[in-house]
Ligand binder design. Structure first.
Ligand code: FPP
Length: 256
């Protein structure tokens, strides 16, 4: 464990918007696809670091609903990259006992990529050392709309009562129903937006935005983000005094 980090105060769930591949490539006079390819190496590196650190959940925004608007050539290259990542990384994912999950709409994902993704999800379902969720063909608003529709269908079929709807109940219809909400959301590339990513789940996440472009985001940058996270006080709507009082009373403050 890195000596700068307190192993008792690591986030349980990290979510990342991996931005800046295009700019990274442009700075090197290369095309955007070159940047995405280098970005895949950052994915490998960050997954491996999270596994080593013992972070239980990592969610990566790999392809948004809005990314379909990109030039056709780039969209196709992103699908190729995802497929080859899944194929080449699966043995290591299995060896490290990582569970792979998909967040997003299966409809629309090219058949061969979807088949690869679903096979990897099935093959790793029994693992629990790290749950790696790939948000692919994902949008936060679409996810919440889908949850509302599923709940409405259950009401229509008499399976539940409309008045029993609470935030916790609605969460059960989200893709992330089994996972804790992210504690830390990292966005690389320096933009201050959430871009339709985990809109519901990020309600109380600590946000860490860095100008570092995704292909340059590797272990040292992750450690820096975690150090900053460990200095944040998470109040969940309470006052600072209340939080400190509870911590000293329970001796808790283990997990931020
Ligand atoms: C945003 O950078 C990045 C994406 C839309 C795709 C992310 C994909 C990868 C990191 C590679 C493949 C993923 C996996 C899981 C293997 P951008 O293109 O918007 O960058 P820019 O803002 O500099 O143009």
């Amino acid at each position: 464990m890195n000596p700068q980090l307190d192993p008792e105060r690591l986030p349980r769930h990290i979510a990342i918007i991996m931005d800046g591949n295009g700019r990274w490539a442009r700075e090197r006079n290369r095309n955007r696809i070159f940047g995405h390819r280098e970005g895949s190496d950052s994915v490998r590196n960050i997954v491996s670091c999270c596994r080593t650190l013992g972070i239980p959940y990592l969610t990566l925004y790999a392809f948004s609903k809005e990314n379909w608007q990109r030039p056709d050539r780039e969209v196709k290259a992103l699908w190729r990259l995802l497929k080859s990542f899944l194929k080449s990384q699966l043995p290591e994912i299995i060896e490290k006992e990582i569970r792979l999950c998909h967040l997003g709409d299966p409809e629309g994902i090219p058949e061969d990529v979807l088949a690869q993704l679903q096979a990897a999800v099935a093959e790793t379902a029994r693992y629990d050392k790290l749950t790696l969720s790939l948000a692919i063909n994902y949008g936060g608003r679409q996810e919440i709309t889908r949850a509302a529709r599923l709940f409405a269908a259950d009401v229509q079929q008499g399976k539940c009562d409309l008045h029993a709807l609470t935030p916790d109940r609605l969460s059960e219809y989200l893709f992330t129903t089994e996972f804790p909400d992210p504690d830390l959301m990292i966005r690389t590339g320096g933009e201050y937006r959430v871009s339709n990513f985990l809109l519901w789940q990020l309600a109380y996440a600590e946000l860490y935005i860095t100008k570092v472009l995704w292909p340059d985001f590797r272990e040292p940058q992750l450690i820096e983000a975690l150090c900053e996270y460990q200095h944040r006080e998470r109040r969940f709507g309470k006052t600072s005094e209340q939080v400190r009082r509870t911590r000293s009373r329970t001796g808790e403050a283990k997990r931020l």
